[in-house]
Design a binder for this molecule. Structure first.
Ligand code: NAD
Length: 342
């Protein structure tokens, strides 16, 4: 099935989307929009997209381009209105993360998507990282036993400029959503409550919330501890976080790149005070793992539209990851533990 897509928001991220879309057979970008029309024109020229409709916003673009799909790459504060416009025009919509800035907006989009009989999915490209897929399979196999705690660390210091340096809760809403969603993907567990402390160090170049520590209780009683900062220069972690999973029979660590290590308790052997442990090879990537970042997410989305199925990052599921972010924000603002409500 030939599919026509319109893309709204021609900023930095739009390049990754246009490149990924170009690799999908039968998918054609027919329209580009940005509040700054020059940017839309620039992208069209940069990627030799001839005969595309250029518009200022989603409404103008949808009335002129008649696309099947709307690709939403706008800033988070504009997301709800753009997705709504896409669904109203009968499009399936794929959005950048985060799905919404509030749970009320996210719930509204889930309701509207259902009423429209369309798909709304979110780019949670970290799920499509090989390490995440391999760890999900390792944990499912039970190699380290029941998971009792998960620990993630994220420490980087990027100078983006733009909307991030002005927005509220920048680490939690713009970045931690990736780690929280990856945790759900790897463990298969959602969160039921959270205590979070958020702060902005004196040297921070962000306006608010560049650092946070959150302790989540997961559905099975396990604990997920996330510690992160977006203004921590030196000894940086991977963009995917560094991870430790503690299980009843052993542990799994991941450096966020290609180093996955597993050690499990070796029967009844003791080594002094400690149970002896043996290393176990992590599972390799499987043929059906569906990796490759934005290309992986876009491919799944297009395949779901073509087959009438639901992609992995569909909004009615992704709202569970957003609820972890919003729970952490609410906890930080209230200064106490809060229940996570979907
Ligand atoms: N998945 C990832 O790994 C990843 C990485 C970076 C950014 N992102 C997300 O991508 C989105 C865009 O980020 P970016 O870095 O490209 O930002 P950006 O500021 O570079 O680009 C956003 C563009 O959207 C345009 N825009 C804003 N409101 C609009 C509206 N109502 N209609 C039309 N255009 C509008 C702006 O003019 C701007 O050109 C954000 O949600 C961000 O969180 C995701």
């Amino acid at each position: 099935m030939e599919l026509k897509a319109a893309l709204v928001g021609c900023g930095a991220m739009s390049r990754a989307w246009i490149r990924a879309a170009a690799r999908i057979p039968g998918l054609r970008i027919v329209a580009l929009a940005d509040l700054d029309v020059e940017r839309a024109k620039q992208r069209a020229a940069e990627f030799s997209l001839q005969d595309v409709v250029i518009a200022k916003d989603a409404h103008a673009l949808l009335s002129r381009g008649r696309p099947d799909l709307l690709f939403d790459v706008v800033v988070p504060s504009a997301r709800h209105a753009v997705v709504r416009a896409g669904l109203d025009a009968g499009c399936h919509v794929l959005s950048e993360k985060p799905m919404a800035e509030t749970l009320a907006d996210a719930r509204d989009l889930v309701t509207r998507t259902k009423a429209a009989g369309r798909i709304h999915a979110v780019v949670q490209n970290r799920r499509y990282v090989p390490g995440v897929r391999r760890i999900a399979r390792a944990l499912r196999s039970g190699v380290i036993g029941a998971v009792s705690s998960v620990h993630a660390e994220f420490f980087l210091a990027p100078h983006f400029g733009g909307f991030r340096e002005e927005m509220d809760h920048v680490l939690l809403l713009d970045m931690a959503i990736h780690g929280f969603d990856a945790m759900r993907c790897m463990t298969g567990l959602g969160a039921s409550s959270v205590y979070c402390h958020e702060w902005n160090p004196p040297h921070s170049w962000y306006r608010q919330g560049s650092s946070a520590s959150a302790i989540f209780e997961l559905e099975n009683g396990a604990v997920f501890v996330y510690r992160g900062s977006w203004c921590a220069a030196g000894l940086g972690t991977s963009w995917e976080c560094t991870w430790r999973f503690v299980g009843a029979k052993g542990a799994l660590t991941w450096d966020g790149s290609d180093q996955i290590r597993i050690e499990v308790v070796d029967g009844s052997l003791r080594d002094g005070l400690f149970d002896a442990v043996t290393p176990v090879d992590p599972p390799p990537l499987a043929a059906d793992d569906r990796v490759d970042g934005h290309f992986g997410v876009l491919s799944d989305f297009v395949a779901a539209v073509r087959s009438g199925s639901e992609p992995e990052t569909v909004g009615r599921d992704n709202i569970r990851s957003l609820a972890m972010v919003i729970g952490a924000i609410d906890s930080a603002e209230a200064g106490r533990r809060v229940d996570i409500v979907i």
